[in-house]
Structures are given as structure tokens and as C-alpha cells.
Design a protein around this ligand. Structure first.
Ligand code: MLT
Length: 428
């Protein structure tokens, strides 16, 4: 295969190196193009542009492959736990038992947050969206831990990484408790990472809280499935903010804001709002689909298809089975879930969906599971962020370890007015 690409511009040929990855992906390295030719490339949304070389996650959108550090998502979903996957992503290999125990101990040590955070959350409006609250509180960690901000000090980075993974569940739970006027629940570390999170979300001081093993397993699986997804919008945000040499908390805070967007992580909340609208309008799934097909703006299909996976999202197959398992074990059958299953059946058979590759995606089923276990819809994306946190951290660490590290500063093609004289206000 060619090792270089030739570009002919104004009669002159420019030879550019071709880079090949470990899975055979190829890219034209254009890092010298502007200097040699005076020309740049243009790729709105960067759909055809690689921002980096990365060894963290591999996606094959045509074959429906997703691997973290080379290990297939199907194997991790079956055999691993979220905290072990977090270690795998951050440190690059599966931990030994001693490494995993030490990691869990350190995370457990950091689960509490400074008491002043109670006033921080308390100052927010009751209806503050958890993503806004989590982004603000994660960013504020930089004020509580000024000793952990140097992105090039390995010890400071390690401590900040563990603090983030440990404290995010506490912060997400606090933002939820504040929104429903219930007291914050201090972490109970003996419950484990996910069990403690469920306790802080749904426990109260008035009675013992029993962690449901079915719900715990479902949440653990959802966090694994969301843990990383190569250079998606929020991971790219974390990288570009991190490239300014700021602290890890600021980059993660920015990543949370990017994930909140309905075109990105906010899609799972949109799914439940779509299902609720179908129910509240007294429509059947079939009637809603017909409206969507006719272009009716009040009937937007959320939770279908994916910009990278062309045939199916490998996470969807795993989560669909978990969804059926959770609904059966919990015996939760609501109108919302009935509509979701009807929509699923239509999407998997109707040529309108099949021809457009509009299969139910990970957001469709995660929204259904979160709803079935009683999670409020405005917390769905915070759960996505909790899952994605180790991926963001891994991407940020890889950025700082990259020998080709530089600040992210794309160019542009200017299309505005040519030079124009200043017009005094009296002459305008
Ligand atoms: C994700 O997991 O981040 C979403 O599927 C979006 C993406 O990869 O672009």
C-alpha cells in the first residue's frame, strides 16, 4: 500500500506521508501542508479528520466493533466491572488483584466531598439540571484542591484522577438530592462503587436502603458501555481544553458541558421525553412513526441510528438484552416501556428505519433502563457522564503523554468582508 499521497496544487505536486494504525486505518499526515503549500484543508465537524493517534479505544463503524485497550466490549460487559474497566482505560492494562484492590481502596478514600459543597449545591435553584451542577462542581474541585492542578506532575495527576472518579458519584447524587429537597447522603464505602452511588441517590436517613442487585448490575453494565468512545464530541472537548495546559478538573468540566448537548449525551433524556410525549398524546408507537415519516416536526425520532456505526451499535445489542432482563426481573411494565418495545419492533422491521440505518441505539435502551429503575430523566446524562469519566481521563492523560503534544488551534477559511474603513457613528 502507498506510503505517501500526492497532492497537485497549481501544477505543483506535494508529497504527504500516509500514517497507518494498528488496525489498518490510514491517514494523510497534513501537518506540513500549510508550510509547504500555503493551503489548508477544510472539514467542518472534522468527520474526515483525525485529531490524534490514540491507543485507548478502537471503533469499526462498518463491522460494529468497539474495544477498550484491545478488549472487545462484549467481553468486558460479560466478565468485568466498571471500576476494573476504569482502571483498564486509565492505566492501559487490566489490573492484577493487588492493583485492583489498591485502586478501589484509593477511590473509596476519596468519595467524600468538602462540607462546603453542601452550600455550593444548596445555592443552586431546585430545578438546576444535574449536568450544569456537576460541571460547575467538578470545575470547583480546582478551588478545593489547588495542590493537584499541575498536568505534568504524575503524583498530582494520579491524586486528581482518583478524586474525580471517587467524587463524581457523590456530586451527581447531591445534585439530585438537592433537586428533590432531600438531605444529602454521605457515602457508604462498604457498598462498593455502584452500590454506594445508588444509596446516595435513593437512600434516606429515615430507613435502611437495600441495594437491588439487579439494578446494581444494570447500572454497572451501563457505565461500562459508556466508558469511552474514542474522539467523540466530549472527548475532543476534553482534549482541546486540556491542550491549553490547564488542570484536569477544568477539562472534565468542559467535557460534561459538551456531553449535555441533545446531539450527544443528552439524547437518552430526549428518548424518554419522546416516549412520554407519545403516551401523553394518546398515540400508538405506529401512529407516532407515521407522523415522523410524514415529516411532522412534533414527531422527532430520538435514540435511533449513529454517526459512526453504519449497521449497528455493538453496545445496543448488549444493552437490549440487559433491558429485557431488568424489565423481567423488576416486573416493571409501564406504558412508556410498552411504547418503547413497540417502537423497537417497528424500527427493526420497517424499511423506513432499515434503509436509513435507524436502528435503536445505546441511548434508546439506556433511557428505557434508567426509567425502569426509577432514575429521573434529567439525571440520565449525568449517568452517561459518570460512565464516560474514565474515558475522558484516559484521553486527557494520553494527550499529555503525546510527544507531538501541542495546543489545539485549528485554522479557518475567512469569508467575511475585505478591508473596510471605520465609519464614524454620525455618518452611519
Ligand atoms: C458516544 O458514545 O460518545 C456517542 O456514541 C457519540 C459518538 O461516539 O460520537
Amino acid at each position: 500500500m502507498a506510503k505517501t499521497a500526492q497532492l497537485l496544487i497549481d501544477g505543483k505536486t506535494f508529497e504527504l506521508p500516509i500514517v497507518e494504525g494498528s488496525e489498518g486505518e490510514r491517514a494523510i499526515d497534513i501537518s506540513s501542508l500549510r508550510k509547504e503549500s500555503g493551503v489548508i484543508t477544510l472539514d467542518p465537524g472534522y468527520a474526515n479528520t483525525g485529531s490524534c493517534k490514540s491507543a485507548i479505544t478502537f471503533i469499526d463503524g462498518d463491522e460494529g466493533i468497539l474495544r477498550y485497550r484491545g478488549i472487545a466490549i462484549e467481553e468486558l460487559a460479560e466478565h468485568s466491572t466498571f471500576i476494573e474497566v476504569a482502571y483498564l482505560l486509565v492505566y492501559g492494562h487490566l489490573p492484577t488483584q493487588d492493583e485492583l484492590d489498591a485502586f478501589k481502596t484509593s477511590i473509596t478514600f476519596h468519595t467524600m466531598i468538602h462540607e462546603d459543597f453542601k452550600r455550593f449545591f444548596g445555592a443552586m435553584p431546585k430545578d438546576a439540571h444535574p449536568m450544569a451542577a456537576c460541571s460547575a462542581s467538578i470545575g470547583a474541585l480546582a478551588t478545593f484542591y489547588p495542590d493537584g492542578l499541575d498536568p505534568r506532575d504524575p503524583q498530582q495527576v494520579e491524586t486528581s484522577v482518583h478524586r474525580l472518579i471517587a467524587k463524581f458519584p457523590t456530586m451527581a447524587a447531591y445534585s439530585y438530592k438537592h433537586s428533590i429537597g432531600q438531605p444529602f447522603m454521605y457515602p457508604r464505602n462498604e457498598l462498593g462503587y455502584v452500590g454506594n452511588f445508588l444509596y446516595m441517590l435513593f437512600g434516606t436517613p429515615c430507613e435502611e436502603y437495600e441495594v437491588d442487585p439487579v439494578i446494581k448490575k444494570a447500572i454497572d453494565l451501563l457505565l461500562i458501555l459508556h466508558a469511552d468512545h474514542e474522539q467523540n464530541c466530549s472527548a475532543s472537548t476534553v482534549r482541546i481544553v486540556g491542550s491549553a495546559m490547564g488542570n484536569l478538573f477544568s477539562a472534565i468540566s468542559a467535557g460534561i458541558q459538551a456531553l449535555w448537548g441533545p446531539s450527544h449525551g443528552g439524547a437518552n433524556q430526549e428518548v424518554i421525553e419522546m416516549l412520554s410525549a407519545i403516551r401523553d398524546r394518546g398515540l400508538s408507537a405506529k401512529e407516532f412513526v407515521e407522523k415522523a415519516k410524514s415529516g411532522d416536526d412534533s414527531a422527532r425520532l430520538m435514540g435511533f441510528g449513529h454517526r459512526v456505526y453504519k449497521n449497528f451499535d455493538p453496545r445496543m445489542k448488549i444493552i437490549r438484552n440487559a433491558c429485557i432482563d431488568v424489565l423481567e426481573k423488576l416486573g416493571t411494565q409501564t406504558k412508556l416501556l410498552e411504547i418503547a418495545m413497540e417502537l423497537q419492533e417497528i424500527a427493526l422491521k420497517d424499511d423506513y428505519f432499515i434503509s436509513r440505518k435507524l436502528y435503536p441505539n445505546v441511548d434508546f435502551y439506556s433511557g428505557v433502563i434508567y426509567n425502569a429503575i426509577g432514575t429521573p430523566s434529567n439525571l440520565f446524562t449525568a449517568l452517561f457522564a459518570l460512565g464516560r469519566l474514565p474515558g475522558w481521563i484516559a484521553q486527557w492523560m494520553e494527550l499529555h503523554a503525546d510527544p507531538q503534544f501541542k495546543i489545539g488551534r485549528p485554522r479557518q477559511i475567512y469569508t467575511g468582508p475585505k478591508e473596510t474603513p471605520y465609519t464614524p457613528i454620525e455618518k452611519r
